[in-house]
Write a protein that binds this ligand. Sequence first.
Ligand SMILES: *Cc1c(COP(=O)(O)O)cnc(C)c1O
Length: 477
Amino acid sequence: MTDLDPDEFRRLGHAVVDWVAGYREGIGDLPVLPHVEPGWVRGELPTGLPEEPQPLDAMLGDVDRVVVPASTHWQSPNYFGYFPANASLHSLLGDLLSGGLGAQGMLWSTSPACTELEQVLLDGLADALGLDPAFTFAGGGGGSIQDSASSAALVALLAALHRANPEWQETGVRGDERVYVTAETHSSLAKAVRVAGLGSRALRIVEPSPGTLAMSPAALAAAMRADVAAGLRPVLVCPTIGTTGTGAVDPVRQIAVAAAEHGAWVHVDAAWAGVVALCPEHRDLFDGVELVDSFCTDAHKWLLTAFDASLLWVRDAAALPAALSITPEYLRNAATESGAVVDYRDWQVPLGRRFRALKLWAVVHGAGLSGLREHLRGHIRMAADLESWIAADPGFELAAPRSLALLCLRVRAGSPEQDDAATRAVMDRINASGAAMLTHTVIDGRFAIRVAIGSVGTRPEHVARLWELLRKEAAAA
Ligand SMILES: *Cc1c(COP(=O)(O)O)cnc(C)c1O
């Protein structure tokens, strides 16, 4: 037998678990960003593949020697870049179970537990997030786990195209479809438009309300009316709750009302921020979500679940299958034909699917909803502390209002040009030091450091140390 026998797996599996546990114990001491030149990793690895079996120890040796020093330590408590990519140890246990079962959950009939556990979890999470019951299976809608928010946006667009013109399956897109976003919308919407064959001319960039980065409902209504008057068809509007750059929130209720006038599908992209709906004190951000067609949030950003687990709910459980289902003979089965089951292959682009619900279950089970809320609230408190330190220090300013656990800040050095240069220098020096990892954005043409607090292990002392680093480097800049 070429595979390990289970006894050998037990022994080696323990060694790998020990490796992961040791890595996580020491991760706070590793430089967050690697300092390697392009090609270094390739140069360090043996060129030929082994002809004969090799011991696991040798591979783990190469992981320590080559992989770790050339990795960005996304799970570091000093990681404040992009958005967090929580890979909690809870979720790793669930992922191991999923791999152990090794099931293909493309149809209900190919492994019923894979489908029904996902349904139960997504119904339960819809309730915990305060989503309208219409988004649950009992309410006629339902949720699914996609690989990413990008895929969620793509399938929402395909469902929207289908609803606007069922002939689409036969004739393809007509070319008159229009999709409404803002300049702050994630690029995955532009990509979805391209993948769907609409071309970038289909993308309408709606202006923000004055003095904000949030979509103007009046500008949206005007843009849609003008398009309709010109013989074009609004098919999809995508408001964002928590934009990637600054965490801005589009006014979903007014957007949904404007979209309803033209029957356009409304897809809410809340990839990062959506999970805070678990905390009732943040539900005001989600006002109007009960009116939309689909809602997406990533469990793999801030909800402790290892990539990939993007949660997508739709109000109409038939919408995605109507757009995407194609049934060749070899996929026919009695359960599908009975109409009594969900076949998740019809909710996504690929046929095959992993048993992702297990890692999400391991998280919800292991942390409890109370633990999830505490995880989110802790980071939001840390961001509020950092915000207050920035506000009290004349050497810094907030470049945008704090959004939950995301802050955009700028060093004050004199003129706008000097501020931008100093801000960039501070970020580069901190990143080069390895003590923390930060990324940037541009707001109204000006450079700003983003501090996204949310790594699983980030505690107040890590944020306090980041503030010390910022002050030290700003003084030197
Ligand atoms: C991160 C992000 C995405 C993309 O998320 P993936 O799950 O990595 O595809 C989409 N929208 C917003 C608002 C995001 O912040």
